[in-house]
Design a protein around this ligand. Structure first.
Ligand code: MG
Length: 271
């Protein structure tokens, strides 16, 4: 059995640690360090929400449970117990966004009616035209590229993560907007990554274009920014806690070639 004596042992530890730190401090001056030669712009400081579902400091809150004042056609939908309920016609945000992160929560109707595409159908339209499907896909089969989490008619989600009708689902969406050339041709496609109830369902999926029901997808030049729209498909789907934040790419400038540093000596990597 080992004779563990905390008081004495910790005293020795402190002394040993100090000696080690001193030793490392000396050697770190002479240690070899790799430097990439890139001058980075300082990342933005964003204050997170109280929970990871709550809007961070740089988010635009489109619906906080109170009213639909930030939505076109909002007067045709209703607010019941802090949730917005699908009404007549699509609602579209007044704010527009380019590359962005979207958080929203949605619930299929508690009272189950219909089946397939007729059950709890709505949709989140990025830039007003690219649909991430909202559907009651809990024990409700339909075509796979039309179930909840699908990019409509383009790809199914990687998993069906539905909660039961009436329970709240979360979507966290990471959107890269498409870019267009001056002449209207596509410069780079849209990409989407999406998380449904904490589970990755779309991983940097490249969209083939918009998502209509009755023709193939296509890209048609549009503004750099667009709204978020929520679909009316005749089913009383509920939404809450909707916020969006535009993200900016990391910016860095290669100000010199990568090199190694050892003490005061700088060693080029290409000699
Ligand atoms: Mg839909």
């Amino acid at each position: 059995m080992s004779s563990f004596r905390p008081a004495i042992f910790s005293g020795r530890c402190v002394a040993l640690s100090m000696a080690l730190a001193s030793c490392l401090g000396t050697t770190s001056i002479k240690a070899q360090e790799y430097l990439n030669g890139i001058e980075w712009k300082e990342p933005a400081i964003v204050t997170p929400g109280v929970t990871n579902d709550a809007p961070p400091s740089d988010a635009v809150v489109l619906f906080d449970g109170k009213d639909l004042s930030r939505w076109k056609n909002g007067d045709k939908w209703s607010v019941v117990d802090g949730a917005m309920v699908s009404g007549k016609g699509m609602v579209t945000s007044l704010d527009t966004f380019g590359d962005c992160q979207v958080h929203l929560e949605w619930s299929a109707p508690t009272v189950v009616k219909g089946d397939g595409q007729g059950r709890g159908n709505s949709g989140v339209f990025l830039m007003g035209m690219y649909e991430l499907q909202v559907l009651d896909s809990y024990q409700n089969k339909t075509y796979f590229d039309g179930q909840a989490g699908a990019i409509y008619k383009q790809t199914p989600p990687m998993a069906n993560v539905m909660r039961k009708p009436g329970e709240w689902n979360t979507y966290d969406i990471f959107w890269t907007a498409p870019r267009f050339n001056e002449d209207g041709t596509l410069k780079s496609p849209a990409y989407i990554t999406a998380v449904h109830n904490g589970v990755l369902i779309l991983n940097h999926f490249e969209l083939k274009g918009d998502t209509p029901f009755n023709r193939p997808p296509q890209y048609k030049k549009h503004s750099e920014k667009g709204p978020i729209s929520l679909q009316d498909h005749g089913n009383p789907v509920r939404f809450k806690n909707i916020w969006v934040r535009e993200w900016q790419p990391v910016v860095g400038t290669q100000v010199r070639k990568p090199f190694l540093r050892k003490g005061n000596e700088e060693i080029p990597l290409d000699k």
